[in-house]
Design a protein around this ligand. Structure first.
Ligand SMILES: CC(=O)N[C@H]1[C@@H](OP(=O)(O)OP(=O)(O)OC[C@H]2O[C@@H](n3ccc(=O)[nH]c3=O)[C@H](O)[C@@H]2O)O[C@H](CO)[C@@H](O)[C@@H]1O
Ligand SMILES: C=C(OP(=O)(O)O)C(=O)O
Length: 422
């Protein structure tokens, strides 16, 4: 369990490359199950979540090779039961369910448990699989789905109480690629990661239209083939470094980004008084810390709204932004574990039913803090960069789930950070 020591109070400057998206990579790696041919996936970030997904695929019988950012997967002969010991470590392992069911006619996957960011049910995933004709049974903490005669296309609405489901849309879309007939998903998630998965599946020979909108239509095909694909840039990693640049930057450039995917995050950072300039191609941006800053009100929403995965980091930025900011998380109303730790560093935050009311203070002070989840840990790193003194962040494995070599990237920008193996 490594620790990160952040010596606060210095500035960051320079340029870094943003990695491939963790949340696009995970379902794309799982989608390789849909074919017996070789899939080559590039820019897969070297983070523990993608490593777990690779371990799950290997345990299912896939032949997997990883060399830096490129992963080659061949699922010539695979079994249909995902091992609990691996699945329980990562909620996104649920994305093997759709591909296994479509390819093997049966899938056994552990029911994911609760999570520190809130309740994370899979009822919408199962609603979709049932609509495609799967029989579902629960036993011993596992879900068993069967469709011995194959899946059939169907129309369904996957809207939940808090909006669409990203991995639920991915799962059903993957299952429907090999179903007989046409599937229509209404109230689908429109996140860029869903579109990236659809592009991967279409390159494999699937017939998917409408991905990236609220209505996805999938015409089932008999089989899919191997393909090469490059994963989209990680918009949350980019947003996190944008927030760092806004907090303590002296001119920071982020390369390998996608302007379109960053609109809501850019708007929030600009509204709080900083400047974000993109190059003409929209794949690089330069952030200059502002002088006349103001609080902003945010509410997380499905894409193209403000992403819940950037809520904690923006909360950290706003702790030292003058004025009052009201931050609501409508997608995961309990996702405020970072606030207690930020308060230990001197932040003025009041929590009220899924809303954080942040009153900007002039300075944070370093403290030993504990990471509770992936984005909460990123928020603590940001606060540590800004704070006076040395902040020690324990349970760094949370941040290693989703940020590729974050300490090395911060060092490249001139931050004073040290990873201490414990
Ligand atoms: C690996 C990955 O890509 N993870 C992302 C994905 O998670 P994930 O796909 O698991 O999140 P969902 O989009 O499914 O969750 C959105 C909302 O729907 C609810 N819900 C979800 C499924 C379901 O069957 N029933 C139900 O009620 C959830 O509790 C939540 O309130 O999207 C989230 C929302 O953008 C992000 O925070 C996660 O980083
Ligand atoms: C919550 C996240 O991931 P996961 O859905 O895998 O827990 C995230 O990436 O912020």
């Amino acid at each position: 369990m490594d620790k990160l020591v952040v010596h606060g109070g210095s500035t960051i400057k320079g340029a870094i490359n943003i990695s491939g998206s963790k949340n696009a990579s995970l379902p794309i790696l799982a989608a390789a199950i849909l074919t017996g041919e070789d899939c080559i996936i590039r820019r897969v970030p070297d983070v523990s979540d993608t490593n777990y997904m690779i371990q799950i695929l290997s345990a299912l019988g896939a032949d997997v090779e990883r060399s830096s950012g490129t992963v080659r997967i061949t699922c010539a002969d695979i079994c249909d039961e995902a091992p609990y010991e691996l699945v329980r470590r990562m909620r996104a392992s649920i994305c093997v369910m759709g591909p296994l069911l479509a390819r093997k006619g049966r899938a056994v996957v552990s029911l994911p448990g609760g999570c520190v960011i809130g309740d994370r049910p899979v009822d919408l995933h199962l609603k979709g699989m049932e609509a495609l004709g799967a029989k579902i049974e629960f036993e011993g903490g596992n879900i068993t789905l069967t469709a011995p005669n194959g899946l059939r296309g169907a129309e369904m609405d996957l809207r939940g109480e808090n909006g669409p489901t990203v991995l639920g849309t991915d799962n059903v879309m993957m299952a429907a690629t090999l179903a007989e007939g046409i599937t229509v998903i209404e109230s689908a998630a429109a996140e860029p990661e869903v579109l990236d998965l659809a592009n991967f599946l279409n390159a494999m020979g699937a017939k998917i239209t409408g991905a990236g909108t609220r209505r996805i239509v999938i015409e089932g095909v008999k089989e899919l083939k191997g393909v090469e694909h490059t994963v989209i840039p990680d918009r949350i990693e980019a947003g996190t470094f944008m927030a760092a640049a806004a907090l303590v930057g002296e001119g920071v450039t982020l390369n390998r980004v996608n302007r379109e995917h960053l609109k809501a995050i850019t708007a929030a950072i600009v509204k709080s008084g900083h400047s974000v300039e993109f190059n003409e191609a929209g794949d690089s941006c330069h952030i200059i810390r502002g002088e006349n800053l103001q609080g902003v009100d945010l509410n997380t929403a499905p894409y193209p709204g403000y992403p819940t995965d950037m809520q904690a980091q923006m909360t950290a930025l706003l702790t030292t932004t003058p004025g009052i900011s009201v931050i609501k998380d409508s997608i995961f109303p309990q996702r405020f574990m970072h606030c207690a730790e930020l308060k230990r560093m001197g932040a003025d935050i009041k929590l009220d039913h899924g809303t954080a009311i942040v009153r900007g203070v002039s300075q944070l002070s370093a403290a030993p803090v504990m990471a509770s989840d992936l984005r909460a840990s990123a928020a603590l790193v940001l606060a540590g960069l800004k704070a006076r003194g040395t902040t020690e962040i324990s349970r760094l494995y949370h941040i290693d789930r989703g940020y590729e070599h974050i300490d090395e990237k911060l060092l490249m920008l001139g931050a004073k950070v040290e990873r201490i193996p414990v």
